[in-house]
Design a protein around this ligand. Sequence first.
Ligand SMILES: Nc1nc2c(ncn2[C@@H]2O[C@H](COP(=O)(O)OP(=O)(O)O)[C@@H](O)[C@H]2O)c(=O)[nH]1
Ligand SMILES: [Mg+2]
Length: 270
Amino acid sequence: MFGMVPASYPQKASSTRPIRLPPVKITVVIPTFNEAANLPKLVGSLYALAIPSLHILVVDDDSPDGTGDLADQFITEFTGRFSVIHRSGKQGLGTAYIAGFQRALLEGAEVVIQMDADFSHPPEKLPELINTLKNCDMVLGSRYVTGGAVDERWPFWRRSLSAFGNWYARAVLRFPVRDATGGYRVWRRETLLGMPLEAVKSNGYAFQVEMAYIAYKLGYTIREVPFYFADRQWGTSKMSFAIQREAAFRVWGILFEYRHLQRMVSELPQ
Ligand SMILES: Nc1nc2c(ncn2[C@@H]2O[C@H](COP(=O)(O)OP(=O)(O)O)[C@@H](O)[C@H]2O)c(=O)[nH]1
Ligand SMILES: [Mg+2]
């Protein structure tokens, strides 16, 4: 540890200079299921941002299109800056993120980012999102604040459903987050450590709502940064009717399960 040098240790003149601490470790967690057409491009775009200490952690659910094997190749190409969690089959977005967060925290990440693999979350927005985290506990990329938008090619029903879903979550949970279902987010390590991650049960859009609600209810400060959500160009969406139905019902479950959130958190292992 810094500052633990024994008194008898020979001191060089240079050691009187202030120590430059390395930049904090930033881990981008990317869940993938059949994203072979997107992952290599996304990895290239993320490293091209030249953010110091940027680490990528892919959570792949044994994608039939070989995304997991592709990801493995990056481990040697970007030694020490790329890792992969392989899971045994499609288990859903929520559990993929929880597994990714836990690994990122274990490996010392100070900033943890969640991002889809399909370029709906523009990599070039990442520096602004990370910068915003300096003044709050969690940053949300937001389609529903001034300056944000969803792809105009989205059919009317999909836009309406997304807007309605956000309104509904806000109304039921009585919290002010504008884009509660969005999945482009930046977390401080301490924020995630202060949350009962083991208790999070939702798996699709409801997972995003559940995480944002817990953070809000615990009093963490949240800032929303507008971005343009472009629809995916390659591959297909994995979000199904079942996931939308889960979201509609889970909102009530979330309201009920976290009614004693403070007590739940005080019982978390230290
Ligand atoms: N590991 C894992 N990733 C998933 C699963 N379902 C979706 N994803 C990933 O989660 C991200 C968002 O999914 P997507 O299909 O683009 O959802 P949409 O943008 O709402 O249509 C993408 O990177 C997907 O590959 C899953 O069951 N397991
Ligand atoms: Mg998508």
